[in-house]
Design a protein around this ligand. Structure first.
Ligand code: HEM
Length: 433
């Protein structure tokens, strides 16, 4: 690892830990966001050196996120792990794969031309015209879910009782998976993104130094096993659903290898579940803390699209992806060396005062914030963003008119993760309209 160590670039240890470690994100308001603010003001592309981790550049400004993400030939995904692990966790994965960090054949681990070829296979399915076809199905689901929520008699945990289930049900509907598989798919996606959270880990691996690496590989193995039969079924009897589109994808006339099918299923099932659920739950907390914003949207439902974008910006459920330099380069006056690693801090980019003004920390649906970092940029930009937007818009349209009031009824708790997640518990009290 070649990251230069000029004292000017080095980030103070306390700030580096607050921005990087999974436990910091359990108190993002008091720990992570203040650290990002300090970094943007004092050292926007600094180097974090934390025991047990490779040295990393922390990319905290929106412009730098865009610059780096739009140069995939210089800042690659697949050269090193595109997800930040401790050195012990990466070593565990390498031990299993015989040296490679690629534990899964999923697009965030790929670079062109492989990335282009695999992503292209399901691109048409994710285009707005196709996604729109599912509006009625998603609305019917949203109505059922809102009815179920309102049946809770004024009190529930919005994260556990609602936030996790609706997006999972949307994804399972799009995939064409049977409803009775819901508990299995729920467990798999929770384990996948909860790899750093002891509460989500399997008991036998908790507290081992490479627990996150073990949790990650165990979750992948279970996913592969779960989807294997579905691939065989859809190949034997093709249908219209997304599972069938993936299973029957071809390159040069040949069906793609099953490892690529598994990668696509896992990417969609996981990226499509926790992201949307964390955003929905986070947006409800934001509206509880800013009741004027809730009232504004309830009075003028044409603000819903802005509410969706502001929720994604404000919550930023994807905390990072990594890039690694394929060659020497320069960014923000820093001399980058081949092999250097970059943590793309999307939540920081989404609070960048230079772009969003001095009120970037406010949740505000009255201003048009413009481009944000919530879906990333460049060739890896979220493939499911039209689904995410549709799903959230419809949910807000169905839920908000039926809520008279909503308030906290306990302490919100966040998942211990620096990758994907947010609130795992949000006890609320509400009144129906
Ligand atoms: C609010 C919800 C969501 C947010 C905030 C979000 C955010 C992101 C981000 C930041 C990335 C990485 C982009 C980058 O590296 O530049 C990503 C990738 C991805 N997302 Fe999403 N996502 C959401 C929902 C979804 C949904 C619903 C799906 C699928 C149905 C999905 C599928 C994917 C896939 C497949 C990738 C990998 C793309 C690639 O590497 O080429 N996402 N998402």
């Amino acid at each position: 690892m070649t990251v230069t160590t000029s004292t000017e670039a080095l980030i103070p240890d306390e700030i580096a830990r607050a921005a990087v470690l999974p436990e910091s994100y359990m108190d993002e308001k008091n720990v992570t966001y203040p650290a990002f603010k300090w970094l943007r003001e004092n050292n926007p592309l600094g180097i974090a050196k934390i025991d047990g981790f490779d040295p990393l550049y922390l990319v905290t400004k929106l412009d730098d996120l865009i610059t780096i993400e739009r140069q995939p030939e210089v800042f690659a995904n697949g050269l090193k792990n595109p997800i930040l692990n401790s050195q012990a966790d990466d070593a565990f994965i390498r031990g299993l794969t015989g040296g490679s960090i690629r534990s899964i054949d999923v697009t965030p681990f790929m670079d062109p031309p492989e990335h282009t070829a695999i992503r292209r296979l399901i691109n048409p399915w994710f285009r707005p015209g196709n996604v729109k076809r599912f509006s009625d199905q998603v609305r019917a689901l949203a109505r059922r879910e809102v009815d179920r929520l309102l049946d809770f008699d004024g009190e529930c945990d919005f994260a556990k009782d609602f936030g996790l289930l609706y997006p999972l049900r949307v994804i399972m509907t799009l995939f064409g998976l049977p409803p009775e598989d819901e508990p299995v798919v729920m467990k798999l996606t929770q384990e996948f993104f909860g790899t750093n959270d002891p509460e989500e880990q399997r008991e036998e691996i908790q507290l081992t130094p490479d627990a996150a690496g073990r949790a990650w590989t165990a979750a992948i193995a279970s996913f592969n096993e779960y989807f294997h039969q579905h691939t065989l079924d859809r190949r034997a009897n093709p249908t219209e659903d997304l599972l069938s589109v993936v299973a029957n994808s071809r390159i040069d006339g040949e069906l793609i290898e099953e490892r690529y099918c598994n990668g696509q299923y896992i990417a969609i099932a996981t990226a499509g579940h926790d992201t949307t659920s964390a955003t929905l739950v986070g947006s409800i907390l934001a509206m509880i803390e800013n009741p004027d914003q809730l009232r504004l949207v309830q009075r003028d439902m044409s603000l819903v699209d802005r509410l969706v974008e502001e929720s994604i910006r404000y919550v930023s459920p994807v905390k990072h992806f990594m890039r690694s330099a394929t060659q020497d380069a320069e960014v923000r006056g820093r001399q980058i060396k081949e092999g250097d690693r970059f943590m793309l801090c999307f939540p920081s980019g989404n609070r960048d005062e230079e772009k969003f003004g001095p009120n970037s920390h406010d949740f505000d649906v009255t201003v048009d914030r413009g481009k944000h970092a919530g879906f990333g940029f460049g060739p890896h930009q979220c493939q499911g963003m039209m689904i995410a937007r549709l799903e959230m818009r419809i949910l807000f349209e169905e839920l908000l008119p039926r809520l008279k009031s909503i308030e906290l009824n306990g302490t919100p708790r966040y998942t211990q993760t620096n990758f994907v997640g947010g609130l795992k518990s949000l006890p609320v009290r509400f009144e129906k309209a």
